[in-house]
Design a protein around this ligand. Structure first.
Ligand code: ADP
Ligand code: MG
Length: 399
């Protein structure tokens, strides 16, 4: 059941220079797990990938066909997903100065972390070379591609690129720093729809090599898992946001005071599990938790619904109602470029959640962004220097 892929879609930049860019949506169906085989006695699939763009949901009484920018079936490899999902275009556009976002959506166990980070989650980084080459997910592959592109580009360009990274997790409507988990500050989201939202006091660091960035990714994943272990598997209920900012000074005037910085961004979001949490089983702290998690995911759903409906699109979009949607405002109906990867299990045991995921993904297809490159003033160059000083101080303190 290997699907022949005929086009390398990222090489056809659909909209550069024009004003609209539809959110790109791809679906990945993971193989049935042993448990799913066992529990359904004979393997019963409700999902069938028919070609590289379509998938049929066959729930017995009703069946429905969905079409997406790409559909990856159970046999798709990590490399195939990376090559054809459209992420390379996002990396290229981030280098050009756009804000780009790739997010993984789906119920717990559907393959989000597998697709983003790799088989085995954070442990992938400690596997041998051969295993890693085959099983690494989209994020490390994109990092590799980014550095490859920058090496090519830097040759042609006079001013260097700077890469600034932050990594955080939204759990229970609270933001945790995944690079500096001991960061005691109560991290708040600041900013506005017009100027963009950001997390105040979130640790950011400039990195120079692939290895530095991969180490941050690995440690961040471990920090996420550790916190999750303490708090009874919160990772399925938290959203992780890795932000890779790519900066380049562009001299638009001879006056150094008017020097501008272009700031592209590549954001990877591993969303919380989309399954419905049964509220009747939740009491006390647990109840607050599910409500809050619902708040971020529900608000995301509300925003996606509104943005995908032409009659509501220009009206009020409730970005402000959750931390996640504030941070993703630029990516959904904003000035960014966005890719959504919906992950699903083909098993009959998951049919309701899978149907929900397909409907959600189907709606997201209609969202339009208006990508623009933003350049920023010299102030950012100064901020960068301040950060570098902070980094040096940190390193000194660690000695
Ligand atoms: P999620 O992050 O959505 O909760 P995971 O990525 O942790 O789900 O996946 C759940 C399990 O299924 C893991 O054991 C993972 O290795 C396995 N899995 C997910 N997707 C695939 C795939 N495409 N091929 C093989 N195994 C997969
Ligand atoms: Mg996960």
């Amino acid at each position: 059941t290997v699907v022949q892929r005929t086009t390398v879609q990222h090489e056809v930049p659909r909209y550069i220079g024009s004003d609209k860019d539809r959110v790109r949506v791809v679906v990945r169906v993971r193989p049935m797990s042993e448990r799913e085989y066992d529990e359904s006695r004979k393997p019963q699939k409700v999902l069938h990938c028919v070609n590289e763009n379509s998938i049929i949901f066959d729930g017995g009484q009703h069946s429905r066909r969905f079409t997406f920018d790409s559909v990856f079936n159970e046999a798709s490899s990590q490399d195939e997903v990376f090559q054809y999902c459209g992420i390379k275009r996002l990396v290229d556009m981030a280098i050009e100065g756009y804000i780009t976002t790739c997010f993984a959506y789906g119920q717990t166990g559907s393959g989000k972390t597998h697709t983003m980070i790799g088989a085995q989650g954070a442990s992938i980084f400690r596997m041998d070379e051969q295993y890693r080459v085959e099983h690494l997910g989209i994020v490390p592959r994109s990092i590799n591609y980014l550095f490859q592109r920058l090496r090519d580009k830097t040759l042609q360009s006079s001013s260097p690129y700077y890469i600034r990274v932050s990594y955080c997790e939204i759990y229970n409507e609270q933001i945790r720093d995944l690079i500096r988990p001991a960061n005691p500050d109560a991290l708040q989201v600041r900013g506005s729809i017009e100027d963009g939202f950001y997390v105040e006091n979130l640790y950011q660091t400039y990195i120079e090599t692939i290895d530095e960035l991969l180490t941050i990714l690995e440690e961040g994943e471990l920090n996420r898992a550790m916190a999750s272990h303490k708090l009874n598997d919160t990772s399925s209920r938290s959203h992780a946001l890795l932000s890779i900012q790519i900066e380049q000074d562009v001299q638009e005037s001879d006056d150094p005071n008017e020097q501008m910085t272009r700031q592209g961004k590549l954001i990877f979001v591993d969303l919380a599990g989309s399954e419905k949490v049964k509220l009747s089983h939740s009491k006390g702290k647990q109840l607050v938790e599910t409500n809050n998690i619902n708040k971020s995911l529900l608000t995301l759903g509300t925003c996606i619904s509104a943005l995908s409906d032409p009659s509501k699109r220009s009206g009020h979009i409730p970005y402000r109602e959750s931390k996640l949607t504030r941070l993703l405002a630029e990516s959904l109906g904003g000035h960014g470029i966005t890719l959504m990867i919906a992950c699903i299990s083909p098993s009959r045991l998951c049919e309701n959640e899978s149907m929900n995921t397909l409907r959600y993904a189907n709606r997201a297809k209609n969202i339009e962004n208006e990508p623009v490159v933003k350049t920023d003033s010299k102030e950012n160059v100064i901020n960068r220097l301040k950060l570098e000083v902070r980094k040096l101080k940190d390193e000194n303190n660690q000695l």
